[in-house]
Design a protein around this ligand. Structure first.
Ligand code: HEC
Ligand code: HEC
Ligand code: HEC
Length: 275
């Protein structure tokens, strides 16, 4: 439903019709019957950032779920297959020694509803607005009501305390790409190359395994899924809005209790999925 609303907004804006927001509200309105249907559907958990890293629970083998999730927060706590949905990380300076296929990531681009359209429907170089030759004259912050209506975090952009803006991260002409310091395009699936251009210390920590998260084989040369920066950080709001404190914080919850009659959780160490 949410996606449909976003598409409605995009189509309407790109056709420069300004009743778009109310159209989106109407599209999102009939929630009641949809909610009842949703109750029968398998639970959707989030991995690291609510609303941006969702995974639907399912069985990969009878009785063997892909994830187990916290009933309190809906966060994924355990993986039946840590490599599900992953692809090789791609070239990363400093990680050349990792054997081929041992550093995996989950692509971000498939989670981004607007992405497939950014460079085709709107910033395609032919429309009257938002396009070359009418590109912004400089990178200074300017209000962008259209974007703010589509992505609410952009209406109150919180990253860099007013010192950075869209085109410090997004490629000027290739809007389906991010940008490095040379102006070369960077894939949305390799946000570490973007974030690392300004947060070099964090990039080093991440590369060394003391920032972020990895799951998989825990020997140092083992095959691992690396969580990328944007799986945890919302690039448009790293300062948590009004709080202005650095990071949207989750409420920690106590470690899970073993079910009655179960002495330990050793069975969870068995792994029937071959890799
Ligand atoms: C600090 C870097 C950074 C800045 C500055 C930034 N963005 Fe982004 N933006 C990103 C990244 C990274 C993503 C991908 C997010 C993800 O993977 O969840 C993204 C995603 C997007 C998307 C796609 C959202 C979707 O759900 O499909 C839009 C649209 C967007 N940005 C617009 C903007 C606009 C407009 C501005 C300026 C007001 C801006 N961004 C500023 C880094 C940035
Ligand atoms: C063009 C430079 C630039 C890029 C690219 C960039 N940042 Fe930032 N980031 C900044 C600046 C500047 C600040 C503000 C630091 C301050 O004044 O507190 C900041 C703040 C932050 C903070 C909050 C830290 C704090 O103490 O308030 C986080 C978290 C963060 N960035 C994560 C990211 C992530 C994740 C990415 C990649 C999606 C990224 N940044 C990309 C420049 C950048
Ligand atoms: C598994 C989740 C996760 C991943 C992946 C991750 N971070 Fe973080 N990051 C955090 C958490 C949690 C904090 C601490 C927030 C706090 O202290 O309020 C943090 C803090 C930060 C800060 C602010 C530190 C400060 O001094 O306040 C920056 C900047 C940052 N991360 C950048 C990055 C970059 C760049 C990447 C990718 C190379 C990355 N992070 C990957 C979870 C993550």
């Amino acid at each position: 439903m949410k996606k449909l609303a976003i598409y409605t907004v995009i189509l309407a804006f790109c056709g420069s019709a300004f009743y778009a927001v109310s159209a989106a509200e109407q599209a999102a309105a009939p929630a009641e019957p949809a909610k009842q249907e949703a109750a029968k559907e398998p639970p959707v958990c989030f991995e690291s950032r609510k609303g941006a890293s969702e995974v639907t629970q399912r069985e990969i083998k009878p009785g063997w779920p892909n994830v187990k999730c916290s009933p309190t927060t809906g966060a994924a706590l355990w993986y039946g297959d840590p490599y599900e949905g992953t692809v090789p990380m791609g070239k990363m300076p400093g990680l050349e020694k990792i054997p081929e296929g041992h550093a995996l990531i989950k692509p971000r681009s498939e989670k981004l509803a607007l992405m497939p359209m950014c460079g085709t429907a709107c910033h395609n170089g032919v429309g009257p607005q938002f396009n070359p030759p009418k590109l912004p004259k400089d990178k200074r912050p300017t209000p962008i009501p259209t974007m703010g209506a589509m992505v609410p975090d952009l209406a109150n952009f919180q990253h860099g305390r007013g010192r950075i803006w869209c085109l410090d991260c997004h490629h000027t002409t290739k809007r389906n790409m991010l940008v490095d310091h040379f102006g070369d395009p960077v894939s949305f699936d390799q946000p570490q190359l973007l974030c690392g251009k300004c947060h070099g210390d964090k990039l080093r920590d991440w590369r060394d395994g003391i920032h972020g998260k990895r799951i998989g084989e825990f020997v140092s040369s083992g095959k691992k899924r690396w969580f990328t920066c944007t799986e945890c950080h919302n690039p448009h709001n790293v300062q948590d809005g009004e709080r202005n404190r650095g990071f949207v914080q989750l409420q920690p919850e106590p470690s899970p209790q073993l079910p009655k009659g179960m002495k330990d959780a050793k069975h969870e160490k068995l792994h029937p999925i071959p890799h």
